[in-house]
Design a protein around this ligand. Structure first.
Ligand SMILES: Cc1cc2nc3c(=O)[nH]c(=O)nc-3n(C[C@H](O)[C@H](O)[C@H](O)COP(=O)(O)O)c2cc1C
Length: 347
């Protein structure tokens, strides 16, 4: 077993977080990850948009919507006492939604003694953490904040975050304008802050987990690797795309909330060109292509024009396996890597 400060803090078996991946649903993935012993995350971006959850019928408020998802995930993880959380990006454009979702998480915990033990984390990202300290602390959850630079990590620590997730440029989905990769970012953030740090961006297996731990992290967050699992909510076309993609075939392009990393297809190439041509100029066309492409990725439409967010780690992923197999494999490989390291060092 690989026991770290993260597993101690959360009571999970594995020091692994299944990343939030809105606006796509990760409800089933969250249940599978939590039940298998990782931290499962509910994705909340797009929660107010019916088109990302067509099966849900007329959406109520973001508060009610998230409460119903938490109730479902809570029931499905009760038997195994799975640990889970909510990923709430802090985009100021969605202030009311953010307020509702933070409150939904706190109320769900506080009204149910079982959930109080298991709905343990809010992971915030994509926005200024400072205005949200009081609301998040009131929920009683641990507060993890995603930071793409030392500057953002220090700001989140000052705001009161309990853990920083240092997220490097290799990662799938939104990335910062300034390209800082995990290998450089993670040790710098660890040196800069006093709170514990989790690594994100580029992790896919046990040896990369050990790399993060050896740099001083307490665990890893993975998105792209979890897409290619049997239980994940993503369309099969996307899962296969992760498997087929080589390490050279992801690219950063324009997206609604800034640059994002995509798996290469026609739409990714176009978004990459738009980004290279200047973010401001390409923004309008980029948003149109992304909005359409997200709908296609959900329906299983034309794979050339479907938006497939994904990281460089796709090049290291060659199978679609169950979440349980993935986590057991990570643990096994991490233990073997540590043993081999000692042998190589002559210990
Ligand atoms: C499809 C997809 C959607 C994502 N959406 C979100 C999101 O809604 N909120 C967020 O904080 N991060 C989001 N991310 C980033 C992930 O949470 C995570 O940090 C990233 O995937 C880690 O890098 P990796 O893909 O190399 O594992 C997304 C990533 C992917 C691949």
């Amino acid at each position: 077993m690989i026991q770290t400060k993260l597993t101690d803090m959360l009571g999970t078996r594995y020091p692994v977080i299944q990343a939030g991946m809105g606006p796509w649903n990760t409800d089933k993935l969250c249940v599978a990850a939590a039940n298998a012993g990782a931290l499962g995350m509910i994705s909340t971006v797009g929660i107010g948009y019916l088109w990302t959850r067509p099966e849900e019928g007329t959406p109520a408020t973001p508060y009610d919507f998230l409460r119903s998802i938490i109730a479902r995930v809570g029931d499905a993880t009760k038997e195994k006492q799975g640990i889970f959380g909510c990923n709430i990006p802090l985009a100021i454009e969605f202030k009311e939604q953010v307020e509702g979702m933070i409150k939904a998480t706190g109320d769900a915990r506080n009204e149910d003694p079982d959930l109080k033990e298991r709905l343990k984390v809010i992971i915030t990202s994509a926005g200024n953490p400072t205005p949200w300290t009081e609301a998040i602390k009131e929920t009683g959850c641990y507060w993890f904040h995603v930071a793409p630079s030392v500057y953002h990590a220090l700001k989140a620590e000052k705001a009161g975050a309990d853990v920083i997730i240092a997220s490097g440029r290799e990662g799938g989905g939104h990335v910062a304008f300034e390209p800082i990769h995990t290998m450089v970012l993670l040790p710098q953030v660890i040196n800069a802050v006093k709170v514990p740090v989790v690594g994100a961006g580029g992790f896919a297996d046990g040896s990369s987990l050990v790399a993060a731990l050896s740099l001083g992290a307490i665990g890893i967050q993975m998105g792209t690797r979890f897409i290619a699992t049997k239980e994940s909510d993503f369309h099969d076309l996307w899962k296969n795309k992760v498997v087929e993609t080589s390490e050279m075939d992801s690219m950063v392009g324009i997206s609604i909330f800034g640059p994002a990393r995509y798996l290469k297809n026609d739409v990714a190439v176009r978004l990459h060109e738009l980004f290279k041509g200047g973010f401001e100029q390409g923004y309008e066309e980029g948003v149109m292509l992304e909005t359409k492409g997200i709908a296609l990725s959900i329906e299983g439409g034309d794979p050339a024009w479907s938006i497939y967010f994904g990281g460089e780690a796709a090049g290291r992923i060659d199978s679609i396996i169950s979440v349980q197999e993935l986590l057991e494999g990570i643990e096994e490989q991490a233990e073997a890597t540590i043993r081999d390291l000692q042998l190589n060092l002559g210990a």
